[in-house]
Design a protein around this ligand. Sequence first.
Ligand SMILES: [Zn+2]
Length: 257
Amino acid sequence: MPLEAETLKAAEILSASQHAVALTGAGHSTPSGIPDFRSPESGLWTKADPMVVASIYGFQWDPQAFYDWLRPLAKQMMEAEPNAAHIALAELEEAGVIKCVITQNIDELHRKAGSQNVLELHGSVRQATCMRCRRTVPSTELWPAFVATGELPRCPTCDGLLKPDVVLFGELLPMTTLVRAQDEAERCDAMLVAGSSLEVYPAAELPTCATQHGAKLILVNYEPTHMDARAAVVIHEDVAAVLPQITDRVKELRGIT
Ligand SMILES: [Zn+2]
């Protein structure tokens, strides 16, 4: 089916929905210049294995190695701007179509684009927590100095080591967020998956849960996923090109100018 027919079908599903949710992964932020750190092509694997360095064990064993690995990524996230796909989802939320964005990304770009109801399955770089006294520090007070000097971020109260509020390998997902995401997957009648290969738990299971509860699935991702056969619409294209087209169509169908 040509792309135009697919985007129209996706728009029709979203426009007719009562409770649509979006699920986004690393591919949603790559057009903003954020590398997918699980991908060997990202360049982040050349010096260190993130599965070791970016694990909770790696962090505790050698925090300097963790922060050395994080430094270029933190710089990219500090400077990154939302792309057209982030803006499209924020517009769909403002239009009352998308009720919630569930994301695997930690880069804050959905919030920067204006999305209000964001469930961050892997936490975010918005703040860091002291490993000693549990004080939280906003990253705006943290990243600029860290990116400039590379020195370990320390707690302003007790000088303990700060850990970004992101879920490292080997850590549990934030339970409240996970429960809310599963609840959204059960109650939604349409799920738009954008830029996720659906390979990592729980993102891999949320669309399954949604379809089991009767939701229609729209998949926009470069690569095929294990859910392609069960989706109502599958588009193997760039999210930043496709999502604005879908959003424009939804607005037309709903009479929003
Ligand atoms: Zn402290």
